[in-house]
Design a binder for this molecule. Structure first.
Ligand SMILES: Nc1ncnc2c1ncn2[C@@H]1O[C@H](COP(=O)(O)OP(=O)(O)OP(=O)(O)O)[C@@H](O)[C@H]1O
Ligand SMILES: [Mg+2]
Length: 458
């Protein structure tokens, strides 16, 4: 009988859970041999169903790489759970590729060793808050299957002269004994420019100590230092890193990729919200955390209210004044009157109102929109045959239908039609009329519409 993967997974989980009390007891009584035995059993049980967990347990048990247990400097270090791998972190392409190279170098350190090469392991990551510095650090620990250790600043900065330096030494002595990711968040707090600190003497000592410690750190410890303010860092210190990575304010493309992950149809069952991506990408979110929060608000509404509040939630990012709105917003009717006056004044009233002139312009723009949206000429010819095979409609109703159809299309592609119309209106009115007169005459020379008289302004 073929065991279904889900059943197999449940069985493995259930067998592993049964071993947990023994593991806790062994840890409580500091029975290292028993801990190793139980750990190895769990690793074997979950090997097929949870390979990453199995590997992580075996890495820890590996005698050659096992931390020689000094004493765990509890007040200085915190062991945290790494919750994400690189699959879930949205990064600019070049940074993602650097990170994947580092991971590969660690996975294949055995191939580098005979050539006297070591994997690179010192990374400085900087950029404004909320764009994934902490996530990136966690992803290294997750994908390499090693502990994620964060330095606790409260304990690190000592009250007495020299105590911070001693604490740094203690941390480095500890982490050099086993494979791990050591995360120094808000690195500017200790790696500050030696010339830029009030207590210059102590700052110099700390920075010098860091320089030496980082230099001597073995490649089994991946050091990740993060800061929002890289310009405050000592430049000699920066040079000690193998990589200095910037996670900048997100581009439209990054916001789009982030929203695509957060609103993926696999986690919005019954709904396809991908039409919102362009709108979210263009909204002025300061960082990816805001994008994630926004998408989660939408998903919560899906679960609790069947999505009835989605438009409201989205309108908040477009109409709350956070999206740059055009300077002058006139009513639609006012724009209608003014644009007609503008056409009469630009081309002359006779030409602007010549039979078929205005509607030809309209069809031209509609065709350009269709072309920009990817329709091919053949589709348009077929549509034209279809329309002209049917009875003529009422002109007022047709104008209304053109309007609502355009609104519906704009919503589908995540564009605010009113905003775009207003922006174009302002652009036309701000440009030199000669430009439009020349275009009109170029078309007239092809037999489309009438030429207008260009009045030279002296
Ligand atoms: N690059 C990203 N990919 C996916 N989600 C992200 C990303 N950046 C931020 N997020 C979302 O924002 C949250 C906060 O991100 P994170 O803590 O990594 O930011 P940070 O750069 O470390 O910020 P800070 O400077 O405040 O420490 C994450 O838990 C995640 O939900
Ligand atoms: Mg952080």
């Amino acid at each position: 009988m073929i065991t279904k993967p889900l059943t197999q997974k449940r069985k493995a989980e259930s067998s592993a859970i049964k071993l947990l009390p023994m593991l806790v007891e062994a840890a409580f009584w500091n029975q290292k041999a028993a801990m190793s035995d139980v750990g190895e059993k769990i690793a074997a049980i979950v090997e097929a169903t949870h390979p990453a967990i199995s590997k992580r347990i075996r890495n820890t048990l590996d005698q050659n790489r096992k931390p020689a247990y000094l004493h765990n400097p509890d007040k200085l270090l915190e062991f945290e759970e790494a919750r994400h791998g690189f699959d879930t972190v949205i990064l600019p392409e070049s940074i993602e590729s650097d990170c994947r190279s580092i991971i590969q170098e660690h996975h294949r350190r055995g191939e580098l060793a005979p050539f006297d090469l070591l994997p690179r392991h010192k990374i400085l990551v900087y950029g404004p808050p909320g764009n994934g510095k902490t996530m990136l650090a966690e992803a290294f620990a997750f994908d390499l299957g090693v502990p994620f250790i964060r330095v606790k600043y409260g304990g690190l900065i000592g009250d007495y002269l020299g105590s911070t330096g001693r604490n740094i030494q203690e941390i480095m002595d500890y982490v050099r004994t086993g494979p791990c990711v050591l995360f120094l968040d808000e690195f500017d707090g200790i790696g500050m420019d030696r010339n830029d600190n009030q207590d210059v003497g102590e700052a110099r000592r700390i920075t010098n100590q860091l320089l030496i410690s980082i230099e001597r750190l073995p490649s089994t410890c991946i050091l990740i230092a993060a800061t929002n303010v890289d310009h405050l860092l000592d430049s000699a210190l920066k040079r000690r890193f193998d990589f200095v990575l910037e996670l900048p304010k997100p581009t439209e493309q990054l916001k789009r990729r982030c929203a695509e992950k957060e609103l993926n149809p696999s986690i919005t069952p019954g709904f396809n919200l991908l039409y919102l991506l362009d709108q979210i990408a263009r909204a002025p979110f300061k960082n990816l955390k805001e994008v994630v929060d926004h998408c989660q608000r939408i998903r919560r509404d899906l679960v609790l209210n069947n999505g009835v509040g989605i438009e409201d939630i989205n309108i908040r990012i477009t109409d709350s004044g956070r999206l740059p709105m055009p300077q002058v917003v006139k009513s639609r009717y006012q724009r209608q009157c003014e644009i007609f006056d503008w056409a009469c004044s630009t081309f002359g009233k006779e030409i602007a109102t010549a039979p078929g002139e205005r509607i030809r312009r309209f069809v031209e723009e509609a065709l350009e929109l269709a072309q920009a949206a990817g329709l091919c000429e053949n589709d348009i010819v077929k549509l034209s045959d279809f329309v002209f095979s049917r009875p003529v409609g009422d002109i007022k109703q047709e104008v209304g239908q053109v309007g609502v159809t355009l609104l519906c299309y704009a919503q589908h592609i995540g564009i605010n039609a009113d905003e775009e119309e207003n922006a174009e209106f302002n652009r036309l009115l701000s440009m030199d009329q000669l430009h439009f007169q020349a275009r009109q005459n170029a078309k007239a020379s092809l037999g489309i519409g009438a030429a207008c008289v260009i009045e030279l302004k002296l």
